[in-house]
Design a protein around this ligand. Structure first.
Ligand SMILES: [Zn+2]
Length: 85
């Protein structure tokens, strides 16, 4: 029934980032390996084509340039988006 898009966030409140644990391995002063787990912020904006990104949490579309936005939202072609048509 209906769409099953897995959107978990509201576009207005979504930070378009998520925290993920990343392991930092290093050798400690005693010569043993030390593993630090750090939470790092990653963008959740994935490329959907040459000039657009989409947040996988909230579905918000982002553009790499004003020219790309004008093309997709208003159909305005300009030299900045050559290759899209
Ligand atoms: Zn988002």
């Amino acid at each position: 029934m209906g769409e099953s898009r897995m959107l978990t966030r509201d576009q207005d409140t979504c930070p378009h980032t998520e925290q993920r644990p990343v392991e930092n391995r290093s050798i400690g002063p005693d010569g043993n390996e030390v593993v630090d787990v750090e939470r790092v912020e990653f963008s959740t904006m994935d490329d959907i084509d040459l000039h657009r990104v989409k947040c996988r949490l909230c579905g918000k579309i982002g553009y790499y340039s004003g020219a790309a936005r004008a093309f997709y939202e208003d159909g305005i072609k300009s030299p900045g988006i050559s290759g899209l048509e």
